[in-house]
Structure formats: C-alpha cells, structure tokens
Design a protein around this ligand. Sequence first.
Ligand code: MN
Ligand code: MN
Length: 459
Amino acid sequence: MERKNAWTEYSDKDLKEIEKLCKDYRSFLSAGKTERECVKEIVKKAKDKGYISIEEAIEAGKPLKAGDKVYAVCMKKTVALFNIGKKGFEEGMNILGAHIDSPRIDVKQNPLYEDSDLAYFDTHYYGGIKKYQWVAIPLALHGVVVKKDGEVVEINLGEKESDPVFCITDLLVHLAAAQMEKKANKVIEGEKLDLLIGSIPLKDEEKDKVKLNVLAILKDTYGIEEEDFMSAELEIVPAGGARELGFDRSMIMSYGQDDRVCAYTSLVAMLDAKNVDKTSCCLLVDKEEVGSVGATGMRSHFFENSVAELINLCGDYSEIKLKRCLKNSRMLSSDVNAAYDPLFSDSFEKKNSSYCGRGVVFSKFTGSRGKSSSNDANAEYLAVLRKIMDDNSVNYQMAELGKVDIGGGGTIAYILSLYGMEVIDCGVAVLNMHAPWEITSKADIYEAKKCYVAFLKNA
Ligand code: MN
Ligand code: MN
C-alpha cells in the first residue's frame, strides 16, 4: 500500500498555507531552543488567543464553562492547554501530546576549568546523541542561572550575528590515525565533550588566569559568581536558526525538530480550534528524551492533577469523574518517526517505513525487540482515525521505526495508555533524527497540522 506523495496534488492555496505555516514554524524553532524557551513562546501564543492560567481561573473564583480556555505550567518546562468543550468531562477529552525537550549537551554543576591557557565548561550530554556529530560546529549557550536570592539570570548567547559562539574541538585529521581506527561510539567520548569558552588570561594573577578572566566577564555581564553554576541549567545547542533546505526549498533543516515539529503543529491546531464538542487538550512536555522522568516529565502527576483542577473549576469534581474523563479520552501521542533514507536503506523495511512528503505518520506500536515497552494502539481506534483522516483529506502513512530487531524507541504514548484511554503514536518523518541539524518536509508539517485539526474536531 504505497502512499502518494502529498506535493503532487497541492493547490495554490495549499502551497500558500504551507509557506505561511512553515515560516511561523521556523520562527518558533529559532526562538525556542530549550524547553523553557518553548514554554515561554507557547504561553505567549496561548494568551494572545484568550487563554488564562489555571491560577488566574482559581483566583477569579467563577466556574468555567464551554468555550473557556485555560493553561497550566509545570516548573516553566511543561505546559498543558485546555479548551473546554460542550460535552461533559466524563465523555473524555481529545488530547494532542508532544515533547519540547531535545537532545543536547548540558553544562555540569562544577563546570569551569582551564588547561594550557584555554578555558572550558565541563558537560554531560542529554538524550541519545552520536557524540562525534557535536564537535567542530558552532554552538550556543541557553539557559538560566538562579542566584541564592532567587533572581533568575537568563543566558542566550550564540544566536545573533554579533554574538560569539562556542565549540567542542576535534583532532585534526593529520594526527588522527589512531582515532580514525576507533569505533564511532569511541571516536569522541562523553567526558571529552567540553566546551571551549575563552583564552585571554587575566593580568596580575598567578594561576587559572584564563578561567578567572572568564569569571570576570560573567560577573560583569550577568552578575554571577562561580558558585552560582551550582544552581544553573545551561544547555549547549547548535548555534543558528531554522533554514529552508533544497533548491526547491521543500524541506526544513533545524535543531530540535524532534519533537518541536509535532509540538508546534499540535499547538497551532489547538489554538485554532473553536467551539469544540469534547474538551481539547494540548500537552507539551519535558524530559521525553531521558525517559519522561521527573516532575516535568510525562510520568509525573502534573497532567492528572491539572485535569482534576479543571474539572473542579467547572463545578463538581469527583474522583470517579476524573477517572472516567481520562479513561474515555483519545490521544495522538505525537512524536517524530525515522524517515526512510535511501543512503541507509539497510536499516529500513521499505513497505513499513515513513517517507518524506507522504504525510503525517501513524505508528501502531513503537518499542524494540518484539515490540517491547510499546503502546500497541487498538485496531478499532486506528479504524476511527483512518476515517477521520480520509474524510478530511489528510495525507497519512503507516510506519514503524526501522527494521525488526535493528533498534527501536519509545514515546510518551504508553504512559497515557495506563489510564485506559485510546492512544496512538503519530507524527512527522525526520531525516538525521537526533543530529544537531534535523530535516523535515514542509508537506509533512502541513499534513500533521491538518491531522491535528481534524482530530480535535472529530475524534
Ligand atoms: Mn521524540
Ligand atoms: Mn528523540
């Protein structure tokens, strides 16, 4: 069942909409390079569309009703948006879920050192990366340093044309005979992923002169001391914004498209939705790349607690109502899929791979080694979704991640499925997934958005 290429049938109107959507998407990617920055952008866009925070709703003390829009944020890194529908909560919600954290390199809590007149940040990478891809490219520093008095100092350096950038160095090829013999996972090792940050020594100092000069600059620019790194979250990401790719400009190349491509298209669908029957929810979470753990990961109670607050705000909360609401909900757990790459055809099974340009991807299951750890979506649910997609002229394809037993992966789908709700993995095909720069097709971004709009309206 080969699916058709979506580009072949687009009207001028479609092409215009694609350009508009993808231009805004690129701005979102360039502005949101950390989960905190994404939450800021998302909340700003939600407020513009009339959303109020759950705290504001509680403060106002007025019962919420159909058409009201509320958002909840967890520790500035995870956000849930709700658009209250005409039907009662017991009939369930339509949920769009995606994650806004991406693989990257984090700065350690005792990061600063100097060696041979060069100053460095020591780091610990976050999520699954091929370490050798992160060397010898310009890098930017994003994040916060929180001082003991609670002041949050924001750092965003390396993005503007006039900003300096940072780099993790690699060995020149002339001296790399031994390195080139190593396995790819040993070519660059985790402890060698240290960031070069300065080289001018401070005058009149005995030792650590370069480090001290960097500290002087940090004190001067941000008002922070070396000890403040203990309470900092600094993320090292590829420097620069999202770009179009190809002579035909049909693709987007950017850092962080896993999974901001699904997060952004879900958000747009959510913000556009009006007069929904069932309550709509858009859940954009942190920590997926490290197993959905912690207070801001999907496995925390944040989502369930937020739904409880919401039901309470609508009048009469009860535990059974909350349970029925969650059980009767339907969800698209939206995460990226590995696009078929002809240069690595050995890793894919052609009939069950996703292809750039053939639309949004549904994966009945994920997991690895015999579907282990997978949420295996119900055939009945798949049938419902096929009908919604066809009725709304959404281009979609059905795929799994690579060949059997070659690897695999997981998403947040299995966590929501614990409530007994219908959940399926759904998302956009990506080339170069988890590399510093990932590639998507504009057509697939457009089809994903159409899919999410149709889902919120009809599921
Ligand atoms: Mn992902
Ligand atoms: Mn990922």
